[in-house]
Design a protein around this ligand. Structure first.
Ligand SMILES: [Zn+2]
Length: 240
């Protein structure tokens, strides 16, 4: 986590430090000490999906890697996908019909998004924009903002009644010009981490989630905060 994030306040480098009194690890900023919030640094593929301009040679490489990855996913799923759109319903795990994938691509393009960058997905039968879609949209709108996040503290976990063993993060988008801010909450429950695959009960349903639950909780918080700060199309804030 220290490598893929920087200090939310000053962009300083983070290291993992040990708190003797509380007997726990914490993230320490090289400039301001214990980090209150942190900011995720996208890798090259994420930066591309989010609409950052990369040097042409790098962009070319990222596009090729994405195409390779998509070809592999398609072979696994056994269906044709429009590049970048997950071949399954992310909620139920069911394979999507080609017509559904086609409709998702049209849906993404209708809102000025790019299905090839993974901007649209289906969850429990409903179309959704992904975190990358909101980051891309915010980049296009060009309204400078800061996105930072942190795990909920003990008091907040009690206030929000976060179940034992769950990972819970809060993310905040601050619009630089006005100082207005919007927050989002991201939770990954212990059940979610332990859930077994329906196709093969000896395997986990989401091994990546089980391995990095805090990252998903952080991203879910970011998704909600970004969605509130930079709604796409007809989305209203009260609609979340
Ligand atoms: Zn700092």
């Amino acid at each position: 986590m220290a490598d893929s994030n920087v200090c939310g306040e000053c962009d300083g480098r983070l290291t993992v430090a040990w708190d003797d009194k509380l007997s726990l690890h914490y993230l320490k900023c090289g400039k301001c000490g214990p980090a209150k919030t942190i900011k995720r640094i996208p890798d090259l593929t994420e930066a591309y999906k989010q609409g950052e301009s990369l040097p042409p040679a790098i962009e070319d490489r990222v596009e090729k890697n994405l195409a390779k990855r998509q070809a592999k996913q398609q072979a696994l799923a056994g269906v044709v996908t429009m590049g970048g759109i997950p071949a399954t319903d992310l909620g139920t795990g069911e394979l999507l019909l080609p017509e559904t994938i086609q409709r998702l691509a049209v849906y993404a393009r209708h809102y000025g998004l790019d299905p090839a960058r993974g901007h649209a997905c289906l969850m429990y039968g409903k179309p959704y924009f992904t975190l990358d879609a909101y980051l891309y949209h915010a980049h296009e709108v060009d309204n400078p903002y800061r996105l930072e996040s942190r795990p909920l503290n003990k008091q907040e976990r009690e206030d929000y009644q976060i179940p034992e063993g769950a990972h819970a993060w809060v993310a905040q988008v601050t619009v630089i010009e006005t100082g207005a801010y919007l927050t989002g909450l991201g939770i990954v429950t212990a059940e979610e981490m332990a859930e077994k695959s329906r196709r093969d009960p000896s395997k986990l349903a989401a091994p990546v989630v089980a391995k990095h639950p805090w990252l998903l909780a952080q991203k879910r918080g970011e998704w909600q905060a970004m969605r509130r700060a930079f709604p796409i199309g007809g989305e209203e804030e009260g609609n979340v």
